[in-house]
Structures are given as structure tokens and as C-alpha cells.
Design a protein around this ligand. Structure first.
Ligand code: PLP
Length: 388
């Protein structure tokens, strides 16, 4: 594996890229332009939870494209209504309103605007190591300095507190706070799971101060952690739930789910040309049907257990910790992760990192047991052998 820029390509080189060219997918398999099959252990970044070419999503998109490809959000459309109703049926009854956009970062931006407008306050409290996207508002909530610094000044009013530290959160959330924004499992930040106590404290702090509480489930949402939504595990219900990635089976979508009460307090306007387009909504209906019918949450839980059992005995001189929930797993190494990603790629497995030392496993939830156990065996092999 070489981490290259897009040298020789007209594409703007805004982030490093691998030298592989992927042309086709089936199940959890990805084929390159030379006909080699790779197993996706993270290459689709959680957006490919149903596989990167799920036939049911493809059929729904093709049928919808022939019927009505695009319509502005200013007009009613039965496909959008059906998708929203299906999504809300899977959520606690307190929810009842959804703003649709096209990506995770837009789902976050909408939450920031809704919270500031509904509360009339400015301050946003987010967590250290958190990741919420790369547009200016979402980036202001994101923690990593390297991601933020070149683009400063960012949006004012953001404060970061240590993750899982109840006292620090309690001190930060006050009557100037519009929003408390947290990931139930920090994905990009290294796969750190929130404690139940922390999420309960966040709910209590928001209630006490009059702030809104948002859970960013862009990465954890839709069955990834062994529940349809990670917050179900702790039964701490936020005022806003932010979804994207696999919500429409790999078709771009973002959703900011909230309550009629928050909508009532909202002032101003917010809009997206492509948000809620019929193509994404048709894909979303097919994706939600698939996730529920195939019990992908149960599958994530079961395959996650297999992983924890198999990765629990990795050599401690190389591995600091294995953590995560369901099929969002982080293997924290005591050394740089890139050489291990290269060794896995050479064996036909594409995994990604979360920071410089964490190997992140975020495979499609439809991965076969055979591909999964071969992937885990490859990880055991490369970690036991060491990168040197
Ligand atoms: C928790 C979280 N929030 C927001 C985002 C941003 O999503 P997008 O890349 O679709 O803008 C990501 C992307 O990885 C994420 O993991």
C-alpha cells in the first residue's frame, strides 16, 4: 500500500489516497481494476454497511430514477414522506421531525443552526477527540488540531471537554449553552465508547441548563454497534439525532432528527437543494427495510463478539487495547498503524485507521462469516509478526 496524493490526476489533492483503483463490489468484496478481490474491513467508511453495491438498493434507485429523479424540498413527495415515516417508526416517540441533507457534516450543521436558533444561545459544548465533519461549523466542533488549524478562524462559541469526564461536562454546560454535541462512540477519534454515566450526565446537564442534547450517530447509526442506534443501549434519548453514512445504503444522505417542540422554537430558515431528493429517499426506504428484515443489528452484535474473542489474545507488547461495540472496533497499537494497513492490503484486506495508532474495523454488516474470520486471522497474523 502506498499513501499517495492524487499526483497526475485532475482531482484536487485535499487528502492522502491509496494507490488502489476499485471498480466493483459484491457483498463485502471489492474488486480492483486488475481483477483482484479485496475484503472491505473499512474501505467504505461505514457508508457501505449494506455492501457497496447492494442489489436491493440498486434496484430501488433504478426504479426511482425512471419515475422522478429530482424534486425540490418545497413540494410534497410520497417517497420522501414514506422514508421519513419509516425512519421515525424505528425511533422513540419523542422524535417526530427530520431535516434531510446529503452528508454527515450537513446533518451536524443543521443541528448547530437549529440549536442556536431554538435556544437563542451561542455556546456549543463538544468532546475532546470528537469528530463531527469538515465544514466550518462541524469542524469547529471537531477536536483534532491538524484538521482545524489551517482553516482558522473557525466559528466562535465552541468549547471542548474531556470525553467521559462527568465533572468537566457539568462545569462547561451552563445557561449560555445552546447545544451539547457528543458521539456515543467516538469513531474517528480512536473508537472510544461513552460510559452510561456520562451520557446520563449529559442529558441531565442539558435539562438543567436548558441546552439541547445532540448525539452524532453518523458513524454509529443504523445497526453498526449492535443496536439500530447506539443510544438505545443506554436509553438516554437526545433532543437531536444526527445520521448519514449508511442511512440510504450508500447513496448520499444526511438526517437531523428532532422533536416537534424543538421545531416550534426554531426561528429563521434552513434549506438544501438536494436534501430529501427522491433518489436518496427511495434508497433510504430500501436500506431501512433491508436492515430490519436481515436483523443487521443482531448480526453486528454477534460478529462483534466473534472479533472480541479472536482479537483478545493479541500480543500485549504490540497491542494496548481492543475496544468498541458491535462492528465498530478499534485495535490500539503501541506503534504506528500504517505499516499494518499495508500488510493487510497485501493479504487482500482493506482496513482503515482512526488516528495514527488505532486500526479501525468498520466492515459491511453483511460481511460473510468466512470473510470476517479470515480478516480477523489476517489481523492476528500481521500483528503477531510485527511491522518491522
Ligand atoms: C461521527 C461523524 N460525524 C460526522 C461525520 C462527517 O460525515 P461526512 O463525511 O458525511 O460529512 C463523520 C464522518 O466520518 C463522522 O464519523
Amino acid at each position: 500500500m502506498t499513501d499517495t496524493t492524487t499526483e497526475g490526476s485532475p482531482e484536487f489533492a485535499s487528502s492522502p489516497r491509496r494507490s488502489l483503483t476499485i471498480v466493483r463490489a459484491e457483498g463485502a468484496g471489492l474488486w480492483d481494476d486488475a481483477g483482484r478481490r479485496f475484503v472491505d474491513l473499512g474501505a467504505t467508511h461505514g457508508a457501505g454497511s449494506l455492501g457497496a453495491a447492494n442489489p436491493e438498493i440498486a434496484a430501488a434507485v433504478a426504479a426511482q430514477a425512471r419515475e422522478l429523479l429530482y424534486l425540490g424540498a418545497g413540494y410534497a413527495n410520497p417517497v420522501r414522506t414514506a422514508f421519513l415515516e419509516k425512519l421515525l417508526q424505528l425511533l422513540p416517540r419523542s422524535f417526530g421531525r427530520v431535516f434531510l441533507s446529503n452528508s454527515g457534516t450537513e446533518a451536524v450543521e443543521a443541528a448547530l443552526k437549529i440549536a442556536r436558533s431554538a435556544t437563542g444561545r451561542r455556546k456549543v459544548v463538544a468532546a475532546m477527540r470528537g469528530f463531527h465533519g469538515r465544514t466550518m461549523g462541524a469542524l469547529s466542533a471537531t477536536w483534532r488540531r491538524e484538521l482545524r488549524e489551517p482553516f482558522e478562524p473557525l466559528v466562535p462559541g465552541f468549547e471542548h471537554v474531556p470525553f467521559n469526564d462527568v465533572a468537566a461536562l457539568d462545569r462547561a454546560v451552563d445557561d449560555a449553552t445552546a447545544l451539547v454535541l457528543l458521539e456515543p462512540v467516538q469513531g474517528e477519534g480512536g473508537v472510544h465508547v461513552a460510559s452510561e454515566e456520562y451520557l446520563r450526565a449529559a442529558r441531565a446537564a442539558a435539562d438543567r441548563s436548558g441546552a439541547l442534547l445532540a448525539f452524532d450517530e453518523v458513524q454509529t447509526g443504523i445497526a453498526r454497534t449492535g443496536r439500530l442506534f447506539a443510544f438505545e443501549r443506554w436509553q438516554v434519548v437526545p433532543d437531536m439525532l444526527l445520521l448519514a453514512k449508511s442511512l440510504a445504503g450508500g447513496v448520499p444522505i444526511g438526517a437531523t432528527v428532532t422533536t416537534p417542540e424543538v421545531e416550534r422554537r426554531f426561528r429563521g430558515s434552513h434549506h438544501s437543494t438536494f436534501g430529501g431528493n427522491p433518489l436518496a429517499c427511495a434508497a433510504g426506504i430500501a436500506a431501512l427495510d433491508f436492515v430490519v428484515r436481515e436483523n443487521l443489528a443482531g448480526r453486528a452484535e454477534q460478529l462483534g463478539d466473534v472479533a472480541r474473542a479472536q482479537l483478545g489474545h493479541l500480543p500485549s507488547e504490540r497491542v494496548r487495547e481492543v475496544r468498541g461495540l458491535g462492528l465498530l472496533i478499534g485495535v490500539e497499537l503501541r506503534e504506528k498503524v500504517l505499516p499494518y494497513l499495508a500488510a493487510l492490503e497485501a493479504r487482500g484486506f482493506l482496513a482503515i485507521s482512526a488516528g495514527s495508532t488505532v486500526l479501525r474495523l468498520i466492515p459491511p454488516l453483511i460481511i460473510s462469516e468466512d470473510d470476517w474470520s479470515r480478516g480477523l486471522a489476517a489481523i492476528r497474523e500481521v500483528v503477531s509478526a510485527g511491522a518491522g
